[in-house]
Design a binder for this molecule. Structure first.
Ligand SMILES: [Zn+2]
Length: 125
């Protein structure tokens, strides 16, 4: 069975990870397909994908994470299940989930990185 003490080594069975990633991909595309017509089913796919990710220690990258609502797991399709706007002075993209109304803002990635490197450069000098 699954004994945690036995899987001490950091090396993960690569096959599992690969399969888990594939499943997550499939679930996301299913969620996308069902988002309009069957939102509840779509949410279920997202939840499943998350669970697989947790079980196999596979991170859902930012590109996947942004595709669903973190509070109700609705698949976010801009203009359909979500509304996206940009807030210039906050340098962020605000995504509103039309299913539960929750808003989430994401900083522009490029700006964030630039700020970080600028900060690091400052520290050095
Ligand atoms: Zn939501």
């Amino acid at each position: 069975m699954h004994d945690r003490r036995d899987s001490r080594s950091r090396k993960k069975p690569e096959n599992w990870v690969k399969i888990a990633k594939e499943r997550i991909d499939i679930l996301f595309s299913l969620a996308e397909r069902e988002a309009g017509k069957h939102p509840e089913r779509s949410k279920r796919y997202i939840q499943l994908a998350r669970r697989i990710g947790m079980r196999y220690n596979v991170r859902l990258g930012p590109s996947l994470k942004r595709r669903f609502c973190p509070s109700c797991f609705a698949y976010l399709v801009p203009g359909k299940t979500s509304r996206v706007r940009t807030v210039r002075d906050r340098q962020a993209v605000v995504v509103k989930c039309l299913s539960c109304g929750k808003e989430k803002s994401y900083p522009y990635i490029r700006e964030k990185k630039a700020a970080r490197t600028a900060r690091a450069a400052k520290k050095k000098s």
